[in-house]
Design a protein around this ligand. Structure first.
Ligand code: FES
Ligand SMILES: [Fe+2]
Length: 445
């Protein structure tokens, strides 16, 4: 019985066996040993999203972020380089910086007052000439994350000294980020710090859903169809594509033109904004994708997801505004996560349109968002099931949509992008791809 508290190896063997039939034991969604191994094997060895360059445009700008459970300071140093360093003081381990964001010349510890330069080097301490006559500053700086990378403005870091290059790890996901965020040379910017709220479920529940769960929309969100905010939800599966692009990175596209009509190409962006985009920087397969099954949600392994969708700042009233948000599923404890959500806008967009996008995005996806509440409440069950006495956390969950003839989920023979595209929303190849990567990482020694 691979219930909570059992040997991790036994549970992972059960995962391997069940994944061969596209199933997964519920125990992985709240289990002490699984969670501890995820912190080490997944968040301790992989590239993790930390934020966007527009959050720290100036020297000394910083934000506090997390890699797994570990707090890090993401700061722009004097040379303009982005440095990521541990937020634990080297003296007694106090959490050094206590503000979520700001601008700092130095960081001073609240416990005994050790002072660090903005790049993490040890600088000084109270009564330094009497207290630390022999201290070597080079030994006592903050621990620095060895690998930091930026792609399309997105900041990633990897705490493993043996990290593969970011672009190699992103693989097909970089191609998607280019098609999503590289449409204008001025790029996008965050519209404020991330909203954060706690959800009583595992981080993987959000990551898997945003990578490819089209099947839930016409059930979990049907009340939005009933009141006219989400249209034709029961037909949506016909206009979907699911992109499993390798390394567990997974995306979903919608053919808005087939769904809503000719005006809805390019996510329904207004023509004056689309005219400013430079599609010549994309390859033909990217342009074809944007003109057909335009990518609307996705997950970059392990815990970064995005949304780009037309919504209304004033539900029921036209015109729509197309919001872009990045979200992160931050692990907190077994069966508990924090949801972090940033709204973005194009630097080339007008202030008025940007504001409409922000409000539309918050209406749909935020702590009180209409879609968000539908999603988060249904995710809580599996974290309880994982620790249940009856039927027991080792009970298998079903990921078999589109698996070996289970449902009509054909591979798109015309797809020229990375990985595999399947047409129709009645499929779970993306979730399988995510969990296969998850298992590889968990079993790696
Ligand atoms: S713990 Fe930071 S100065 Fe003592
Ligand atoms: Fe949803």
């Amino acid at each position: 019985m691979a219930t909570n508290g059992s040997d991790l190896g036994v549970l992972l063997q059960l995962c391997e066996k069940e994944l061969e039939s596209s199933m997964l034991p519920a125990a992985v969604f709240s289990n002490d040993e699984v969670f501890a191994a995820e912190m080490k094997n997944i968040f301790g060895r992989n590239w993790v999203f930390l934020g966007h360059v527009s959050e720290i445009p100036n020297t000394g700008d910083y934000v506090l972020r997390r890699i797994g459970l570990d707090p890090v300071i993401v700061v722009r140093d004097d040379s303009g380089e982005i440095i990521v360093m541990s937020n634990y003081c080297r003296h007694r381990g106090t959490e050094l910086c206590q503000s979520d964001q700001g601008n700092a010349e130095t960081f001073t510890c609240p416990y005994h007052g050790w002072i660090y330069k903005k790049n993490g080097d040890w600088l000084s301490a109270p009564h330094v000439s009497q207290a630390y006559k022999e201290l070597d500053p080079k030994q006592w700086g903050l621990a620095k994350v060895p690998h930091v990378g930026v792609h399309q403005g997105m900041i990633f870091a990897n705490v493993s000294p043996d990290a593969k290059p970011l672009l190699e790890e992103l693989g097909g996901a970089a191609w998607f980020l280019d098609a999503l965020f590289g449409l204008h040379p001025d790029g996008m910017r965050v519209m404020g710090p991330p909203d954060r709220w706690r959800v009583q479920t595992d981080w993987k529940s959000g990551a898997e859903q945003f990578g490819g769960d089209n099947y839930h929309v016409e059930s979990a969100h049907i009340s939005l169809d009933d009141i006219g905010i989400l249209q034709s939800a029961r037909e949506m599966y016909k206009i979907n594509a699911q992109y499993a692009v390798g390394n567990g990175h997974i995306f979903t596209g919608h053919n808005f033109v087939k769904w809503f009509g000719a005006d809805w190409d390019m996510w329904g962006y207004p023509k004056d904004l689309v005219d400013k985009f430079d599609l010549t920087v994309l390859d033909q397969a990217q342009r074809d994708m944007l003109a057909s099954e335009t990518p609307v949600v996705g997950t970059i392994f392990p815990n970064m997801s995005y949304l780009r969708f037309p919504g209304s700042p004033d539900p029921g009233v036209q015109p729509f505004a197309t919001y872009t948000s990045i979200r992160q599923w931050q692990p907190v404890a077994p069966g508990v996560m924090e949801l972090w959500s940033w709204q973005f806008t194009w630097n080339a967009a007008s202030d008025e349109y940007s504001e409409q996008c922000y409000v539309a995005g918050q209406n749909a996806f935020s702590a009180s968002g209409m879609f968000e509440q539908d999603d988060t409440v249904v995710w809580e069950g599996v974290a309880k099931l994982a620790r249940s006495v009856f039927p027991g956390g080792d009970i298998a969950l079903n990921y078999q949509l589109g698996f070996e003839g289970m449902s009509e989920n054909p591979i798109d023979p015309h797809w020229k992008g990375p990985g595999v595209s399947r047409l129709s929303g009645i499929g779970e190849q993306n979730q399988r791809s995510f969990y296969q990567r998850w298992l590889r990482e968990m079993q790696a020694s």
